[in-house]
Design a protein around this ligand. Structure first.
Ligand code: ASP
Length: 301
């Protein structure tokens, strides 16, 4: 079997490839490309809920002229007839499916699929592990704002431990020279990052005046049994609200991968803040995914 290019996490891309994907994204934004994926069959299979990622992969594929099939996990023989993941992947490839976009609650599931699928696999989120296309669109949004990320301070706030977005984004930002500060209660801050030169900070108020960008995270309650603190305690320490917004630098931006929970990690004043970039992130998600699909299927420069 040929091993084709897949995107399972950000580390699969070297610096040139990252730059190439960002260049293509910008080009696609300026001018929609032609049917670069004409005749390529893409299957999207999401074993977990998704609004933004699912819709934007669909849109990206349709805009590139691909043939798009959305499989509902409950209709798969994998779920009800005892077929293995590996046999499912081989079967889909035999039909000529070229691209599989997979989201699954199990860490490493897309990797398992990629090992036996004779096509391209894109990880659309595996458990609390990785979400490379969200990281790409977040980093692209930051570059669009600041051009060069070297020495820019990006505070990633909240449930870092259980956020696959944060894990992928931290890697990418670190590689691009940004100063990454993880902010949250101790139980939400993975210990390992401090060893990699990432700053870990408990005090949200202390970091706000120094941040160029604040990336808020949802508490990923689906990934742990019991909240390690009360909601009130979390809100007191980490909710971005009007008072905290006023302590930001005037040019600082606020981002969120979505979905955001009003009243928890942010209050409504954030949605009116001039530097709130959530909708820009969502918009960028379509062209980023077009660029990733084109890169995997058609190759880079
Ligand atoms: N949408 C993102 C994800 O799938 C973030 C989240 O769910 O909070 O990981």
């Amino acid at each position: 079997m040929r091993i084709r290019r897949s995107l399972l996490d950000l580390d699969d891309l070297d610096a040139d490839e990252l730059a190439y994907i960002f260049e293509r994204t910008a080009a696609f934004e300026r001018k929609p490309p032609g049917p670069l994926l004409k005749g390529v069959a893409c299957v999207n299979v999401f074993f977990e809920a998704s609004t933004r990622t699912f819709t934007s992969f669909n849109l990206a594929q349709l805009r590139l002229g691909a043939d798009v099939i959305n499989l509902s996990p409950r209709d798969l023989s994998l779920s009800t007839k005892g077929e293995t993941v590996e046999d499912t992947a081989v079967t889909l490839a035999a039909m000529g499916i070229g691209v599989l976009v997979v989201r699954h609650p199990e860490v490493g599931f897309p990797q398992r699929v990629a090992m036996c699928f004779d096509g391209h696999v894109v990880n659309a989120g595996d458990g609390g592990h990785a979400h490379p296309t969200q990281a790409l669109l977040d980093i692209y949004t930051l570059i669009d704002e600041f051009r060069n990320l070297a020495n820019r301070t990006v505070a990633i706030v909240g449930d870092v431990e259980h956020s696959r977005v944060a894990h992928s984004t931290i890697r990418g930002l670190h590689r691009l020279g940004a100063k990454v500060v993880l902010v949250g209660p101790e139980s939400f801050l993975p210990a390992g990052y401090a060893r990699e030169g990432v700053v870990v900070e408990r005090d949200f108020d202390a970091i706000l005046p120094h941040a160029d960008a604040v990336v808020l995270l949802r508490i990923q309650r689906e990934r742990f049994a019991e909240m390690p603190m009360t909601d009130e305690e979390y809100i007191a320490g980490y909710r971005l609200d009007e008072r905290r917004l006023q302590t930001l630098r005037p040019e600082a931006i606020v981002m969120h991968p979505g979905p955001y929970n009003r009243g928890m990690e942010l209050d409504e004043s954030v949605l009116d803040y001039a530097g709130w970039r959530y909708l820009k992130q969502v918009r960028n998600g379509v062209c980023i995914r077009m660029a990733v699909l084109d890169f995997l299927v058609n190759g880079g420069r």
